[in-house]
Design a protein around this ligand. Sequence first.
Ligand SMILES: *Cc1c(COP(=O)(O)O)cnc(C)c1O
Length: 296
Amino acid sequence: MRADQRFIHSINFKSCFNTYPLSVDILRLDLLHPVVSGNKFYKLKNDFTIAIESKAEGIGTFGGAFSNHIVACAFACKEAGIPCTGIIRGEEPSTYNPTLLDAKNYGMHLHFVSRIDYKDKEKLKKSFNKLYWIPEGGYGRPGASGISELFEQVPSLKEYTHIICAVGTGTTMAGLLNGSLENQEIIGISAMKNNLSLEKNIRDLLSPNKKKILPNVLHDFHFGGYAKYTGELIDFMNYIWDQFAIPLDFVYTAKAFFAMVSLMEENFFPADSHLLFLHSGGLQGNRSLPANTLQF
Ligand SMILES: *Cc1c(COP(=O)(O)O)cnc(C)c1O
């Protein structure tokens, strides 16, 4: 799975928002796959290479019951023919949600652990022999360099003055910063409330020539916290769908898109800006919303 120039779609804001610039390009990584869309494949790629080279007996990783990373990892392991184990935070539910069902059907061995036990990841790792471990959410340097490859696959990425992305662990943003040119600004929107270690976590993944960068992360668009949402956010998602036929996910991309429109309305971007919004996928997560919440 890889994106190319055809994944760039332009939308025109003219009739909808009183904003400048009027048009924005979107890198539609949500179109990569119906369930496992987005940035996660790019983040996993290099970890998989290392796991295979190190002759590990399988891959292990961590995540919550709705995690996009868990499904993506399960799917990627199936494709690569590698056994995989997912340590899931919380007790095993009596009925699995769609995320867990997909992960299980892709062949992932699911191990549910209490929220307390989940915190001691080193201890959990020791109880599974000879697995190659990918950190929760795919955080790390291999993940960041996988994201940097987007700049080669989609050459026009170098032409944008600003690239806007949603931020969880910060790996994607670090990869964009590492791959970007000097005059490009990367703006990240944190999906979490008060994730104060984020800037440091991002800087830890920057390549030596980028170490001086102070990541520009906005922390005020969490809508109550990670995976929380409000009626305003849902209305916004339905509106964007209605106007542009762009589906957003409520955990990450809707919050980032909302932030981008807010910045545009405040005239944050200079008149000659050329904006790219990274649609990092994650649409499978919308399946946890009550039926009929979204119009798509
Ligand atoms: C995981 C995820 C992110 C966050 O990526 P990080 O590299 O962890 O910051 C953003 N958007 C979507 C849709 C995701 O699934």
